[in-house]
Design a protein around this ligand. Structure first.
Ligand code: SF4
Ligand code: SF4
Ligand code: SF4
Length: 375
């Protein structure tokens, strides 16, 4: 075991290999408050990458309703149960990670789902939790809540799948940090499936190998956002590159949201993998649930998000989400216009801070017809 520094935990931890950070790290921010669970992202990935025999049950991208939705069944509660009680002291994690809690002779504390655990990817859809006293009557103010959690592979800095593979078949690309399975080396031991706490590696019984989200690297390499980003109806996603916090750049949109404003948080940072998909937490969900899922930064993140409409920089940057199919490396605000600059250094999109309101006449004089979509 090596000692590595995990900045999400605020401390060093044990990992199977020495730290080897890529030249730049593929990363993304998902605004949970905007997801409508339309599953367009799920289908965009499915129809692009997983339509071959043996991939029928695979959803490299999935969207589940929290708190009762899971894919596969119970993926997060089982990992939390295995890990036991966790403790944060301020921004520092004092509990054990999945690597540190691994039983003797194993590299990661994990579990392997059964086939039937993948059978109902939409289990718990729109089921809400909270106090509904007296039947279906909703109190005001009420505590009835649910939200949609969109998930892909986190292309972790310290991937559990990579650490657990006895064949060395999983690798993290040095140029962009994308984690891939080498199909020619894989022998289907499924140690990666067992190790990944997010359950984002899948076994293909037809090929006898494991497969996972590839961050749509053929698109990323040409400066275009992945399929599940480009097709997101709710415009909740922004792909880009994340720096180490010591080298955060204000004009890098992902750095700005994660490091500078601390609006976007990692998913279950206590697992210890330093995941690179970041979430703007849902503002209506009880704090203890959010802290367990996104760590101790939730109060500041929720507060900043609630105040974003008064902050032209933050509001402007949030307006860039879903505004272009191109990946945005840098951004800038000039008065009321926000620009996104692509991976090749040219402006790829420009959006206004506030969308202008256009009121159309009910009568369309060009065609001489009454519009039916106006009063
Ligand atoms: S396409 Fe976007 S809005 Fe629709 S479910 Fe996926 S993440 Fe949510
Ligand atoms: S989310 Fe899972 S599959 Fe993806 S890199 Fe991390 S450990 Fe590996
Ligand atoms: S990034 Fe690409 S491969 Fe990964 S889940 Fe999205 S569409 Fe699928």
């Amino acid at each position: 075991m090596a000692r590595v520094h995990n900045w999400q935990l605020g401390r060093e931890m044990s990992y199977w290999y020495p730290a080897s950070r890529p030249k730049r790290q593929f990363a993304a921010v998902f605004d949970v408050n905007k997801c409508i669970a339309c599953q367009t992202c799920t289908l965009a990935c499915k129809t692009t990458w997983t339509s071959a025999p043996g991939q029928e049950y695979m959803l490299w991208n999935n969207v589940e309703t929290k708190p009762y939705g899971f894919y596969p069944l119970g993926w997060d509660v089982k990992a939390l149960e295995l890990l036991g009680p966790q403790r944060w002291r301020g921004p520092m994690y004092e509990g054990r990670t999945l690597f540190e809690a691994a039983p003797k002779g194993e590299r990661v504390l994990g579990w392997r789902p059964a086939q039937r655990d993948y059978a109902h990817p939409n289990v718990g859809e729109d089921d809400c939790t909270g106090a509904i006293e007296g039947g279906a009557h909703i109190q005001t103010p009420h505590m009835v809540w649910f939200y949609y959690l969109a998930r892909i592979c986190n292309h972790c800095t310290f991937p559990a799948c990579l650490a657990a593979c006895p064949r060395g078949s999983i690798y993290k690309r040095p140029e962009d940090g994308i984690v891939l399975v080498d199909q020619s080396r894989c022998r289907g031991y499924q140690e990666c499936v067992r190790a990944c706490p997010y359950k984002k590696v899948f076994f293909n019984p037809m090929t006898g190998t494991s497969a996972k989200c590839i961050a749509c690297y053929p698109k990323i390499e040409t400066g275009i956002q992945p399929q599940c980003f480009e097709n997101c109806i709710g415009k909740i996603r922004l792909a880009g590159w994340l720096s180490h916090p010591d080298h955060a750049q204000e004009d890098n949109p992902i750095d700005y949201l994660v490091h500078v404003r601390r609006l976007a948080l990692p998913l279950f940072p206590q697992f210890g993998l330093e995941p690179n998909i970041y979430y703007i937490p849902p503002v209506h969900v009880p704090r203890p649930y959010l802290v367990q899922m996104f760590g101790p930064g939730v109060d500041a993140a929720v507060q900043a998000y609630r105040a974003a409409h008064k902050d032209p920089d933050l509001a402007g940057l949030l307006g860039l989400f879903g505004s272009t199919h191109r990946a945005i490396s840098r951004w800038q605000r000039q008065a009321n216009m926000i620009s996104g600059i692509g991976t090749h250094g040219a402006e790829v999109v420009r959006v206004p801070l506030r969308e202008p309101i256009v009121i159309r006449d009910a009568f369309d004089s060009t065609y001489g017809v009454q519009r039916t979509n106006t009063p």
